[in-house]
Design a protein around this ligand. Sequence first.
Ligand code: ZN
Length: 493
Amino acid sequence: MGQIVSTYANKKRVIMLMIDSLMYPPLEKAVKEGYAPAFKFFIENGKVFPNIVSPFPTMSVTVDSSLLTGTHANIHKIPGLVWFHDAEKRLINYGSHIRELIKLGIIRSIKDIVYHMNNHHLSKEIKTIHEEMSMRGKGTASINALIYRGNTEHSLKLPRILTLFTSLNHELKTKGSQLFTYGSFSKLSPLKRNGYFWQRCGFNDRFSAQELKHLIETDSLPSFTIVYFPDMDKIVHKNGPMTIKGIRKVDRQLQSILDCYDSWEEALKDNYWIIMGDNAQAPIDSDRNKALIDLRQSLRSYQIMTLKDGVKDGDEIVLGVNERMAFIYTLNPERAALPDIAKTLQKDDRVDVIAWMEKESVHVISGVQQGKIIFKPNGTWVDEYEQSWDIEGDVGILNLTVKNNKIFYDEYPDALARLYSSLTSHEGNYLVVSAKPGFEFIGEGSPTHVGGASHGALHKQDSLVPMIVTGTDSSPKHLRMIDLKDWILTLLD
Ligand SMILES: [Zn+2]
């Protein structure tokens, strides 16, 4: 009976291509100038949503977690790329820079990245799209996504070069999607090319495309496939937001994927294609002294934890720097009170959002303008996403417009929910700071992008990404990343 029913069921599949740091203005430019024929094809045969709101902080691991679970970080519990684990009293860093990883201990860092993030940190209270689909008896594939948790056990084979002189096991068990690629640690195609250690172990666009093409060519695409293309992030960081170099490169991969079919039109027939960015990037000033907000300098009156030693007696502050956003933790709320730290940071007019919790409410001040806004969920004001809030103070701090008790966002999309969720995403006493476009935070060993671009912030320049969809006229309930999971599930029902 089940057999017969499934014959009539929707056989169309979702293929979702997540392109790191894809933004609409350079995409539009590249298409117009004829440098992106594959993007052009998808756009002409689909629908474009130029402004999907990414969650906060606008860092890939948090974005991917929100996409796969349909929740903000207060529910999925991946607060950012770098954050302080209050119970374990240590800084978690999923990979901001090799220098930091070495200081934090490379083995622990590798375990955090390849293992703990999916198996321990990502909340078990919620289901990923892979887990949900598997419960409905449908298969899914994850290719090079950082967040991949599913119901199928896989073993990650770590390269000898990492395990030879360390206590790391050569094999780590993990639970992923039914079909699962995680660089060369776990792969689908027998091909070895593009997956070598010096090719970032397969975490590159060519390898991602190769694995997807293997599924297409062997006719083994499951109901839902997500493929992550990581290369453009670095190109945009280096060359700034309007570069089309990365778009041209990734377009070549898209062309090779479309070429797997008898014709490009054929590729559209049984598939919904969803092609989108994960976070955007804001330009960074080319004057090093202006561009970089050194938090160790701004907060020099406090004793700051060093990466090498971890928390030691007398430490008052921990920095969790996520490029244009930072978590600032107080280890001693009496000597280093959050409102005092906030006032210190407010002296810098490159910092436009400084937020922290007091009891149930979020307090926000700014280095750009005077005043304060205090808000909490559930109240008489309703925003454009149907969320209600209790608000007092200066709405201008978050650039809100209020008309007939209705709230509209501009500079900081979905600002209230994104700030509230970040401030309740993990244990500890901390502030969230976000920088104005043009600037980024640094702590000890942070990567810098002077004269290029960077992300992490609450600002719309970091937060709005395009999405191209083929095969359906339906759209998500709201144009936010957290609204995509439910919509994708309805496409596959
Ligand atoms: Zn980046």
